[in-house]
Write a protein that binds this ligand. Structure first.
Ligand code: CTP
Ligand code: CA
Length: 226
């Protein structure tokens, strides 16, 4: 595969990455979405492949090209994403970079029509399964389970809480408040949160965040086995 290196720090490892938003259908022509571009997740998949890993990238709808050297599985909804991740297991590393929709609606089988004089439809939301928590707590748990936390306030505190609640090993936390330019932008100011503490990185290009993260994961895997 082009982009995959034969000898790298992740050679022989299988890495699963989720990326992009999910689309939750309302009816056959409408959906709920979010502003995730997939840039960070795709960059991580590319960096892992460049480090020698076999990479399965499970991606929601994005406008990005497939990263070189990755097996790309395209999905739409959170439930489809979860099923694709389960099909891709086992793995050494799981990285949940997707902005998974927290809720879905019960899909209407036909396009919802405006009826004259009728009230606007009201949708009740149903919670989606948590892919990261499911993978971290599952029977085939990868050695390293990494989540993301996009926060608009109290970034580190929320990331720590997510780390514990979801049972993952690391959380890449970032501030997505207005003006941070993270959503859709090319840079990211990330904090790597573990049970041991926090490593805060300077503002870096998303590709550089990806390379650093992959390097840290390779170091941790190597240390586990030493
Ligand atoms: N995540 C997931 N499945 C979900 C929701 C989130 O796998 N249904 C993953 C994301 O991919 C990310 C991490 O969980 O790696 C944190 O996502 P986030 O939206 O920040 O966490 P939530 O638990 O949904 O909390 P909230 O949206 O309330 O901040
Ligand atoms: Ca969420």
């Amino acid at each position: 595969l082009p982009g995959a290196s034969a000898h790298g720090p992740l050679t022989g490892r299988h890495v699963i990455v989720t990326s992009g938003p999910t689309h939750e259908a309302i009816d056959p022509v409408r959906y709920i979405a979010n502003r995730s571009s997939g840039k960070q997740g795709h960059a991580i998949a590319a960096a892992a492949a460049a480090a020698g890993a076999r990479v399965t990238l499970v991606s929601g709808p994005v406008t990005l090209p497939d990263p070189p050297g990755c097996d790309v599985v395209r999905v739409e909804s959170a439930r489809d994403m979860f099923a694709a991740v389960e099909r891709a297991l086992p793995a050494d590393v799981f990285i949940g970079a997707a902005a998974v929709a927290d809720w879905r609606v019960d899909v209407a089988p036909q396009k919802i029509k405006k009826e004259k004089g009728a009230r606007a439809p009201v949708f009740s939301l149903v919670e989606n399964p948590d892919i990261l928590a499911g993978v971290a707590g599952g029977a085939r748990r990868p050695r390293l389970v990494v989540g993301f936390a996009a926060e608009t306030q109290d970034v580190i505190a929320h990331a720590r809480e997510k780390l514990i609640r979801k049972g993952c090993d690391l959380i890449v936390a970032n501030d997505v408040s207005e003006g941070s330019g993270v959503f859709g932008g090319d840079a990211n100011e990330a904090h790597l949160v573990s049970r041991d503490g926090v490593e805060s990185w300077p503002r870096l290009a998303k590709a550089a965040v990806a390379t650093r993260l992959v390097g840290r994961l390779a170091d941790i895997l190597a240390t586990c086995e030493a």
